[in-house]
Design a protein around this ligand. Sequence first.
Ligand code: ZN
Length: 77
Amino acid sequence: MPIYEYQCEKCEHVTEVLRPMGRADESLACESCGSKKTHRRNSEFAAGASKRGCNDLPPMPPGGCGRCGDPNGPCGM
Ligand SMILES: [Zn+2]
């Protein structure tokens, strides 16, 4: 189950929550101030989780990242 982040528009607190993908667009009350005015941020899950972690690995050989499968080349560049 992916983790989603919701940022409060009042206090900018980010609330993280585990929820099914089908409920990703449901609003979530801010856990800090209780405001319902929150908007979902692109979580790392949605914004390229495949690249996450590769930054800590040694440089990839030319021709693509063999570990994350990125055809554009070694990730983390
Ligand atoms: Zn808040």
